[in-house]
Write a protein that binds this ligand. Structure first.
Ligand code: PLP
Length: 404
């Protein structure tokens, strides 16, 4: 018999999509995998050198559970720059990726029975971690408002049990970037209703079409005492496997995170900490520019192909590296091969018929969505999107497609 809490968990849907891509590729077909939550890119030079220097020096042993003092100092400077507020090392914890920072935050903030407002569609780990903390995620629909929550919907969802709100901007899966008015409204609501803000800006390095990502603290500094900021190098430097993230929060939250990490994982990997420290001290402008250049080209190629979709709404793709499709009209139609189908059915058929792997919106709490990642070579993104368009809108006269 396993503990009751195991029933709260299942393997994340994005990992399942990745696994089905592997199986399909194994059969020898040319599969284009647009499901990954990471960018396929070269490892930045400073990261390699920082890690190799640490290994050559024989660096070993535990660090402070929440990271090297030098790294926390460098991160404090970075957060100070981004928010316009002076942060000190006592307000920074280094974590094993953003996931651990979020897990810390939910374990520290939430009591059993508490409620957390979670704009949806949303990355599935938020709800899973909220459940693990014994609390309940209250999803707030955003589709009709460009995937940004409306103040009235947040207010209507408030109860005496509401304890926190999650903001993820730029957003996974939708790519939406929250506008300044929305961030200010959320900040003011949090102050009025005594809520914590969990501000996940893991995709903040990637914004497009001149739209800016703003830290909520830079807009409303008064929320500093009730905000936990979460960030990582996983996306911004394409460093997912190295597992370095961080949280910036009031000192008492950081002390609690230190206690929690000291009894769970201890410090994040020491070599990875040194690698990121070197990057923060020396910078790596060319690696950042290459990554942004690759994503811009891939985004343009994908948008160009997807612009021929007719019955499907494509979100703005303002930030991060995802396209998000809204198939609700298609799936609700009374006739045609998509009538009455779900996003899961469509994702399975896309793999079967077109050899394209995408993530079904059900993973993000949206039965009518599809997420496509453009974190791979522009030609592959173009080819994958072309196949997807041909799947949805087969050229006239082509042999009829199977029923889904
Ligand atoms: N936050 C969001 C919104 C994400 O999409 C992800 C990963 O996909 C993470 C956090 C986790 O990042 P990390 O790999 O640094 O744990």
């Amino acid at each position: 018999m396993l503990a009751d809490r195991t029933s709260l968990l299942s393997v994340s849907g994005t990992s399942l999509a990745r696994a089905s891509a592997k199986v399909a590729s194994g059969s020898g077909r040319d599969i284009i995998d647009l499901s990954a939550g990471e960018i396929s890119a070269e490892l930045p030079l400073t990261i390699r050198e920082g890690a190799m220097d640490a290994i050559r020096l024989g660096i070993n042993g535990y660090t402070d559970p929440i990271g090297l003092a030098g790294l926390r100092h460098a991160l404090a400077l970075r957060v100070s720059r981004e928010t316009g507020l002076a942060f000190g090392v006592e307000e920074i914890a280094v974590t094993a990726g953003a996931k651990q920072a979020l897990f810390n935050a939910f374990m520290i903030l939430l009591n059993p029975g508490d409620e957390v407002l979670l704009p949806a569609p949303c990355w599935s780990t938020f709800a899973a971690q909220i459940r693990l903390a014994g609390a309940r995620a209250v999803q707030i629909e955003t589709r009709e408002n460009g995937y940004v929550p409306q103040l009235a919907d947040l207010e209507n969802a408030l109860t005496p049990l509401t304890r926190a709100i999650v903001i993820n901007t730029p957003n996974n899966p939708t790519g939406a970037i929250y506008d300044e008015r929305t961030l200010i409204d959320i900040a003011e609501l949090s102050i009025a209703c005594d809520l914590w803000i969990l501000f996940d800006e893991c995709y903040g390095a990637f914004t497009h079409d001149g739209i800016r990502h703003r830290s909520i603290l830079s807009l409303v500094p008064e929320v500093r005492s009730r905000t936990i900021m979460v960030n990582a190098f996983s996306k911004s430097l394409a460093l997912t496997g190295w597992r370095i993230g961080y949280m910036a929060a009031p000192a008492d939250v950081i002390s609690a995170a230190k206690a929690l990490q000291s009894h769970t994982t201890s410090n994040p990997n020491v070599i990875a900490q040194h690698a990121v420290l070197k990057y923060l001290l020396e910078g790596d402008v060319s690696a950042e520019a290459n990554l942004r250049g690759q994503l811009d080209a891939a985004r343009r190629a994908g948008l160009d192909a997807l612009s021929s979709l007719k019955a499907i709404r494509l979100a703005d793709a303002a930030g991060g590296f995802y396209f998000y499709l809204d198939m609700s009209e298609l799936l609700q139609s009374q006739e045609g091969r998509f009538a009455g189908r779900t996003a899961d059915d469509v994702a399975a058929a896309l793999l079967r018929e077109a050899g394209v792997v995408v993530v079904s919106g059900t993973v993000f709490g949206d039965p009518a969505g599809l997420r496509l990642s453009y974190g791979l070579a522009p030609e592959r993104v173009r080819a994958g999107c072309d196949r997807l368009v041909a799947f949805f809108e087969p050229p006239q006269g082509s042999s009829s497609l199977e029923d889904l």
